[in-house]
Design a protein around this ligand. Sequence first.
Ligand SMILES: [Zn+2]
Length: 129
Amino acid sequence: MTFINNTAKKSTNKILGDNKTDNELKELTDVYIKKISKKYKIYPKKIYYRKMKTKWASCSNNKNITINTLLRYLPEKNIQYVLYHELTHIKEKKHNKRFWGIVSKEFPNYKKMENDLFTYWFLTQQKLD
Ligand SMILES: [Zn+2]
């Protein structure tokens, strides 16, 4: 049992090797959100950061975005995808055709990105405690 657990932990740490500090994550998200805001004229009101147990990010009705700090374990490209996905929700609340149309402008490979996030979700769960 212990052996399996240790092996699983080792391989997880290898995959999640790209580990940023909270400040590095904030800086990275700040720069990217500004870039996207300018490019697509999408303006979030406020950005919040906290550890979340059910999602990577969320967008409120009044255009506030909350970012899960567990994202710091993910590669930059995947973080950017989460941010762009959430910013798109300012324009379109639902995951409908219009929504994915906007997402695919910046991420034509959004299906792969969504799948990656699903995998990373399980990998980062042990970082919660
Ligand atoms: Zn969404």
